[in-house]
Design a protein around this ligand. Structure first.
Ligand code: PLP
Length: 345
């Protein structure tokens, strides 16, 4: 399928002349940097960071096996989510299609940008109905947001259904893979080159343990990444984020070890939860959390808060009646939760 990105773009973005920073125009070795009105003292914090993030992107490209021009790095995944709205969705006119329930940031970014959201419910088992999603598309739909593994349900959506949406929709399809490190075989990343309308979001906030750094990724065709790069804040990743990110990304084995522990803990947690009479159902999960249907979500939530254990009450969300979302913690944290539950029965 060929995709005319220019036709999809908002008119003002199409004609935008991006801010050209001093560091954009010269990137070699200089004897004196007198171009950016920086303070010459207080090295290295006095210098603006690399707006193109070349070193960090190169490392990310190695880890993910993706060419650098197809990588966007942002202040968490939230940044590329917002930039996609700003690039493609005309406020007050265009809309996006997404699933329900799913990650709350798509709605917040849509509301911030005054863009309507057409929500398509998942099934009772949180499965994706590709036909229903495609039927919700109108002439003004620019982006379809999917999330797999989905938050808050935890399950990976069916890849065939996702693929049908990517192949049938003539706008942008975003697949948010924030939890993909917990089920890497289901990633669409190896198929990125085949689909010029596909944007894959990933993050270092979950499996890599860097939520505090704020470092998210978008992978897409070069023309989409070019657009995001042109409209981002020039220095969207600080020196601290770029340096610390690069340092922490040197140890991929560490991440794999953490994931192995979390997956083992997850199986233990699921087996334990099923023993409690107040648990109605533990939903299948491909992520580092479980969605648990209970008889009394508010009561259990409050009981746990009193015991200084915080879980997420999702009981007011569509299809999540009675549900708590529980992150898989350290072995000690998970044991503490189970002890609290033992005292509740
Ligand atoms: C946690 C999460 C993210 C990550 O957001 P960051 O801004 O990168 O921390 C993205 N999408 C979903 C669905 C998430 O649950």
């Amino acid at each position: 399928m060929s995709l005319n990105i220019n036709k999809l773009l908002r008119e003002n973005i199409r004609s935008l002349k991006p801010y050209s920073s001093a560091r954009d125009e010269f990137s070699g070795e200089a004897v004196a940097f007198l171009d950016a009105n920086e303070n010459p003292f207080n090295s290295p914090w006095n210098r603006y960071p690399d707006p193109r993030q070349v070193k960090l992107k190169t490392r990310v490209g190695e880890i993910k096996n993706v060419a650098v021009p197809k990588i966007f790095l942002g202040n968490g995944s939230d940044e590329p989510i917002d930039l996609l709205f700003r690039a493609f969705c005309e406020p007050g006119k265009d809309n996006i299609v997404s699933i329900n329930p799913t990650y709350g940031m798509y709605r917040v970014a849509a509301d911030t940008n005054n863009v309507a959201v057409n929500l398509v419910p998942l099934s009772d088992e949180f499965e994706l109905d590709a036909d229903a999603v495609l039927a919700a598309v109108t002439a003004d739909t620019k982006i379809i947001f999917l999330c797999s593994p989905n938050n808050p349900s935890g399950n990976a959506l069916d890849n065939h259904a996702i693929l049908r949406i990517i192949e049938s929709f003539s706008g942008i399809v975003v697949v948010d893979e924030a939890y993909i490190d917990f089920c890497p075989e289901k990633s669409f990343l190896p198929q990125l080159d085949q689909y010029p309308n596909l944007v894959i979001l990933q993050t270092f906030s979950k499996a890599w343990g860097m939520a505090g750094l704020r470092l998210g990724m978008a992978f897409a065709s070069e023309s989409i990444i070019d657009v995001l790069s042109r409209i981002k804040y020039p220095y969207n990743l600080s020196i601290l984020t770029q340096q610390k990110g690069l340092e922490l990304l040197s140890n991929e084995q560490q991440m794999l070890d953490w994931v192995a522990i979390i997956l083992k803990e997850r199986e233990k947690m699921i087996a334990n939860l099923k023993k409690y009479p107040f648990v109605v159902k533990v939903y299948p999960t491909d992520a580092n959390f479980v969605l648990v249907k209970t008889h009394d979500p508010r009561g259990i939530y409050q009981y746990l808060v009193n015991a200084k254990i915080i879980v997420r009450d999702r009981s007011s969300i569509a299809l999540c009646e009675g549900c708590l979302r529980i992150s898989i913690g350290s072995p000690e944290e998970n044991a503490t939760l189970m002890e609290a539950f033992d005292e509740l029965i």
